[in-house]
Design a protein around this ligand. Sequence first.
Ligand SMILES: [Zn+2]
Length: 212
Amino acid sequence: MYAELMVDRPVADLLGDWDILDDLVSKKFSRFKRVGDGILGIRRRMLEGNQVVDPVKGVLPQSLELGPNGIHAVGHDILTLRMTTGGTPHRVPHNFGFWHINDMDELYLTLPSPRPGEPAYMIVIMQHPEGAEGESFAEYCEVCLTLMFERHYNTGRLGFEGFFKANDEAIIEYNSDSKFRTCPQCGHLNPLGYTWNPGRDTPETAAARLQW
Ligand SMILES: [Zn+2]
C-alpha cells in the first residue's frame, strides 16, 4: 500500500513514532487516493468515547447502514477492523447527504491517538474496482426507506479520479427537481441531498446538512 512513499530517515528512528503517519502519509490521503490496486483514505479525528469529532464538521454521528432489518448505527471502536460489505447502503449523517453503495467492501481501522488530546487516525481501505464495478449515490425515503434515486459511477472503467465530480453531478441532479425527492411510495417530500464536501454547499444544501 505504501509503495509510493519515500522515507529519508532510518526506519529505526520511526518505530513507535505515530507522527510519521501525520507528517508523511495522512496528508497525501486526506480525501482518498489510489495506491496500486487499492484506494486509501486517512483522516485525523478526535475520538471522545465512541464519538468522532471532525476538525471542520464538528461531532459526527455514528455511521449508518441500511440492511434487511432497516437502519442501524455502527461505531468506531479503537483497533477494531470494521467492514461495510459491498452492496450495503451506508452514510454518515451531516457528513454526506446520500447513501453510498459500493460494489467493493470498505474496511475501516481506527488507530489510537499518539498522545492524550490529539486526534486518532481513521483509515479507510478498499480494493480499486475493475471492469463494470463501481459505486452508487442513492437516496431513500426517510420515512419508508423506498429507493427514490440512484446514480452509478463506473469507477472500474472511469477511474477513482472522477469520483468526486460524479458525486457532485448526482447530487445537483437529485436536488434539481422535487420529483426526485418525492417518495413514489408514501408521497413524503424528502430533504435536499448534499455531497461529502461542505465547500461545495449552497445555502440550501448547508441547511440540509444540518438537518439530516
Ligand atoms: Zn416514503
